[in-house]
Ligand binder design. Structure first.
Ligand code: ZN
Ligand code: ZN
Length: 283
């Protein structure tokens, strides 16, 4: 058995050859899911999608086994911020991401909640929820996912309890889920590389956000240590988490159909090595 037969594996793919080239590229890796940016991740503006590209992309997606596509929202969308000028831009930028996702028929849109800077965690959580209530629409198809954070600086979302507090405040809860980034989880202090640690993390997920809210994973090992609150991705099995933590996740039946997407440092050049490291675990 190979990991790509059992789990819903994927990787972040480049759109340098066009969005419509990505489904074929995913298939070359055996991916059943993948992630892209639909616009430059460091810019506010984007050229509108042209209809021909949208159609070509949808045809290619259907032709290549209809993989689940997760869009990674721009890093500029700091929903936790209290700055009114910034919030106006974030509201427009986030709305654009949702519209583009729906135009392309993408299933998932993940975003980093961001940082509350010199405010408090309370205010940060409230700001994220207010922003989501402003941008989520009853009619939208794409599901928006809150990504957990490494806990760097004053970032929101380092614990499942904090993410649950955001979700509690949301009007359209059926449009919302959670992405668990393994590197961030580790950096935030959850030791899921051991059996008891994995078990207590799952218990905490059940008691806070609920298992059903987990709609995606980012599969990354970590260059930095457990609980160091530093977000540095590493190739699977080459970092401080090691392969064992990933073994619990890929063998957990609850997560069998959930996209598990690599965002490892060598990108497309390294995914075959990441897949190999996980295949070893299945032997
Ligand atoms: Zn991530
Ligand atoms: Zn990260």
């Amino acid at each position: 058995m190979r990991i790509t037969d059992i789990n819903n594996m994927g990787g972040h793919l480049s759109t340098s050859r066009g969005i419509d080239a990505t489904p074929g590229r995913a298939k070359e890796f055996g991916f059943k899911s993948y992630q892209i940016f639909t616009k430059s991740q460091m810019q506010w503006k984007a050229k509108p999608l042209n209809e021909e590209t949208v159609k070509k992309f949808k045809d290619e997606k259907a032709r290549n086994g209809n993989p689940v596509v997760m869009i990674h929202a721009s890093y500029l969308l700091n929903t936790a911020s209290s700055d009114p000028v910034l919030r106006e831009k974030v509201r427009d930028g986030f709305t654009m991401e949702i519209e583009r996702a729906d135009q392309l028929g993408m299933e998932l849109l993940t975003f980093h909640p961001g940082s509350f800077k010199d405010a408090t965690l309370e205010i940060g959580i409230r700001n994220v929820a207010d922003m989501l209530n402003d941008v989520l629409r009853k009619e939208q198809n794409v599901m928006v996912l809150i990504e957990n954070s490494a806990g760097q600086g004053n970032s929101v979302g380092k614990s499942f309890a904090d993410i649950a507090r955001i979700i509690d405040l949301i009007n359209y809860k059926d449009k919302l889920g959670v992405t668990i980034d393994t590197c961030h989880t580790w950096a935030a202090g959850y030791d899921f590389s051991k059996e008891d640690g994995y078990g207590s993390m799952i218990d905490e997920i059940k008691e806070t956000i609920g298992m059903g809210q987990v709609k995606g994973f980012h599969f990354n090992d970590s260059k930095k240590g457990l609980g160091e609150h530093t977000d540095r991705h590493e190739m699977i099995g080459k970092g401080t988490i090691g392969v064992q933590g990933f073994k619990y996740l890929i063998s957990d039946k609850n997560f069998r159909n959930i996209p598990m997407i690599f965002e490892t440092p060598r990108g497309e050049d390294g995914y075959m090595d990441d897949i190999k490291a996980l295949n070893e675990l299945l032997k």
